[in-house]
Design a protein. Structure first.
Length: 172
């Protein structure tokens, strides 16, 4: 077998180039940024408490959504996009999932986060949320979280958990 001089060097150079290209592709895939729209969560109170706590719950829900958005915005793999209805009642119950999805797609999002906070009682609340893939029109994640307490701190812990879970388990 007659192998020309430099053949092994050429093979090594090609092999190195292929490995380098493969590594770059892996890095590019790992650094893919997901454009995500976050709709405001709905709120429901079925606790039956006598005191009117609507103002407190509106403030807690506003702070909850601010925390979710801030925590998600800190992630380099996520870019938050704004919905056209952002300053209105921009929730799945008020506008419907189809309209929110349409607005999210128009804003360039590939995913949409929707949800609801439900006050069951003074001691128990839950958050139901889903991350929708706007290309397949299917949820990539659908969660049900319970938390204890109807306090600012309890709502903030729940908001931080939602953001962490979306980052770790829901974003492809």
């Amino acid at each position: 077998m007659n192998i020309r001089p430099g053949f092994h060097s050429a093979v090594r150079a090609i092999f190195s180039a292929l490995l380098g290209a493969s590594a770059l592709a892996s890095v590019a895939a790992a650094e893919t940024v997901e454009p995500l729209a976050v709709a405001s969560f709905d709120f429901r109170d079925t606790s039956g408490e006598v005191a009117n706590q609507m103002a407190e719950h509106e403030a807690r829900l506003t702070a909850f959504m601010l925390t979710v958005r801030e925590k998600l915005a800190e992630n380099r793999k996520i870019t938050l996009t704004s919905l056209a209805c952002e300053h209105e009642q921009c929730t799945a119950r008020k506008l419907g999932i189809a309209e929110l999805s349409k607005q999210a797609k128009s804003a360039g999002a590939s995913h949409l986060l929707i949800g609801e906070v439900h006050k069951m009682s003074t001691l128990v609340g839950w958050v139901k949320y889903a991350l929708l893939d706007l290309n397949s029109n299917k949820p990539t994640c659908d969660r049900f979280l319970t938390y204890r307490g109807d306090t600012d701190e309890a709502w903030q812990r729940a908001a931080r958990f939602v953001a962490r879970d979306v980052e770790r388990s829901c974003i492809p």
